[in-house]
Design a protein around this ligand. Structure first.
Ligand code: AGP
Length: 608
């Protein structure tokens, strides 16, 4: 969470830092600030609230120079306020930080004992005081930073200025992503690739434990013992235009409408007539067909929901047992996993702290890890033995949409490939699956073209106090995801339930007019679902049913019907998710909430 940007080069730093922060604001937006070294030393401006507040401040109090750092904050220690906003300063040391310094209390007490005075309630401020204390003892900046990194415990991505060295910017990473890009005389530092992409696609990703010194033309990186390191340059294929809103009112809407294209991208190179090939699966299988007893999926939030759907798909198509765990629970439990379990972390950002920690735990046990991830070069991709990329392009809206559906597609391809390897699926069956997959982008396009029909329903739903989503089979996690979308961007209370569980408690919530969104697609549990719909209708619910195209059974019985194009049950989960995303979007837009940056949330949860 939080966003870091840094610049050193020939151009005015302030507009570049602000532009970079704008691209990172989705990561945190409680306050923002920049520090720029100019002719009169360093100047810092910080403002509580969104980046726009900082921009207003800078309009009246501009700061100039060619070296600077900036930060957009998601508060962890200390409430959102100007004083707690980054950058923090101690004399000539200025710091921005993502992460949490766990031992900040004890360090602060020691430093206060030595006469240091603190201004903020943040954990970060100890970092600049520590560095300054080491500088005062005669260390050079690199050594002062290295000693400080040995003193602090926790997670961090740091960008640091020493005001006496205007041609350098210092960086350090443990647990929080940090990338440095170079563009012929300019260096840009950032906590993800989006602020760097408009300038260059040539970048270096810091590894955990790296720290170093950036100049306009180069980077020296060291390990914690001070040994010089070599890290390779990587070229990121993402197009910077993808990270723009391109005429859409919100990034979320744009990302919903990008789904036909990104699903096409996720399929590219993985399909041929009668065969599905996920080459990364080959990498973890070595010479064997499928040398694993079962699969353990670890994920959080929306990615967890895609894992739950993946379980249904993999067990049905590949005949391999799958357990799906919330990474935040898994990491703190005594877990029993077979030695021959293939571990699949699913994460859009590749930077979710709980997913990384749970995966690391399994790596430490010597288990094979095959990640599903969208962010190239992210922490999880470097931790995993191989990564199935989702190719969704940058997802800026906090509510995950295209990343979710591409995860589902990748899980489906993965299941098909295992099914082939284990002899569960013959070529004729695979041909049918491939045919359905090829139809998917067009079917999504059709749903999107009719999406505006959801607007009147959304206006009605926006008046409700709460909404229930119900589904069975793999539409149960689809219901969970639909409810999560609605609550996170519209702040309307929504819950997803398995249809069969209603009688065990949740049906008590149904009252005259309670909105119930029901997944009633033609599949093995269709009849059961019809009974569940009758049960809630009998108690006064207003039912919006998602049905298979052409199914007239429910039309006369429920409040409203949304038709989903006919496909197999697995891809129906992808298609059904599209109107649920649009419904949540239209409710939120009608209510006027901040769709792309909903309150209290941040795009990637890099702290616990
Ligand atoms: C999605 O709408 C959410 N904002 C959130 O649940 C997200 O999916 C979760 O934080 C996991 O993120 P990841 O996929 O980047 O690991």
């Amino acid at each position: 969470m939080c966003g870091i940007v840094g610049y050193i080069g020939q151009k005015p730093a302030t507009p570049l830092l602000i532009e970079g922060l704008r691209r990172l604001e989705y990561r945190g937006y409680d306050s923002a600030g920049i520090a720029v070294i100019g002719g009169d030393g360093v100047q810092i401006q910080r403002a509580e609230g969104k980046l726009a507040q900082l921009e207003l401040l800078l309009r009246d109090h501009p700061i100039t120079g060619v070296t600077g750092i900036g930060h957009t904050r998601w508060a962890t220690h200390g409430k959102p306020s100007e004083t707690n906003a980054h950058p923090h300063r101690c004399q000539n040391v200025v710091v921005v930080h993502n992460g949490i310094i766990e031992n900040h209390d004890e360090l602060r007490i020691d430093l206060e004992g030595e006469g240091h005075q603190f201004e903020s309630d943040t954990d970060t401020e100890v970092v600049c005081h520590l560095i300054y204390a080491y500088l005062k003892k005669g260390c050079d900046t690199l050594l002062a930073i290295r000693k400080t990194l040995h003193d602090i415990r926790g997670s961090y991505a740091l960008a640091i200025l020493n005001v006496d060295e205007p041609t350098h910017l210092y960086v350090a990473r443990r647990g929080g992503p940090l990338v440095v890009g170079f563009n012929g005389g300019d260096a840009i530092v950032a906590s993800d690739v989006t602020p760097i992409l408009p300038h260059t696609r040539r970048m270096v990703f810091l590894e955990d434990g790296d720290f170093g010194r950036v100049s306009a033309t180069g980077l020296e990186l060291f390990d914690m013992e001070g040994t010089l390191l070599t890290r390779p340059f990587q070229s990121i294929p993402w197009n910077p235009i993808q990270a723009e809103r391109g005429g859409y009112k919100h990034f979320m809407l744009k990302e919903i409408f990008e789904q036909p294209q990104v699903i096409e991208d996720a399929l590219t190179g993985r399909l041929s007539r009668g065969r599905v090939t996920v080459k990364e699966l080959q990498e973890v299988c070595g010479g064997d067909d499928f040398p694993f007893d079962d699969i353990t999926i670890l994920a959080c939030g929306t990615s967890y929901h895609s894992g739950l759907i993946g379980k249904y798909i993999i067990e049905a198509l590949a005949g391999v047992r799958v357990t799906v765990d919330l990474a935040s629970e898994f990491r703190y439990r005594d877990t029993i996993t077979s030695e021959r379990s293939l571990v699949i972390p699913i994460t859009q950002s590749g930077e979710t702290a709980d997913t990384i920690a749970a995966t690391q735990l399994m790596k430490d046990r010597g288990q094979k890890v095959l990640a599903i991830c969208n962010a190239i070069g992210s922490t999880i991709t470097r931790l995993a033995d191989a990564t199935m990329l989702t190719h969704a392009g940058p997802e800026i809206g906090v509510a995950s949409t295209k990343a979710f559906t591409t995860q589902l597609v990748v899980l489906y391809l993965f299941a098909l490939d295992i099914g082939q390897r284990r002899g569960k699926l013959n070529a004729d069956v695979v041909v049918k699956h491939v045919k359905e997959l090829r139809r998917l982008p067009r079917q999504i396009q059709d749903l999107l073209e009719h999406g505006k029909r959801l607007q009147p329903l959304a206006r009605e739903l926006a008046e409700a106090d709460h909404a229930l989503y119900i589904g069975r089979g793999l539409h149960y996690p689809v219901a969970l995801e639909g409810a999560l979308k609605l609550k996170e961007i519209s702040y309307l209370h929504a819950e997803g339930f398995a249809g069969g569980e209603l009688k065990h408690g949740p049906i008590a919530l149904i009252d005259e007019g309670t909105p119930v969104i029901a997944m009633a697609l033609k599949d093995a549990v269709y009849e059961k679902m019809l009974s569940n719909i009758e049960e809630v209708r009998a108690r006064g619910a207003n039912v919006l049913a998602l049905v298979t195209e052409g199914d007239e059974t429910l039309r006369a019985k429920v409040h409203h019907v949304i038709e989903i194009p006919e496909t197999n049950p697995y891809l129906a989960a992808v298609l059904a998710s599209i109107p649920l995303q649009l419904l949540a979007y239209y409710v939120a837009d009608h209510k006027g909430t901040d769709v792309d940056q909903p309150r209290n949330l941040a795009k990637s949860v890099t702290v616990e």
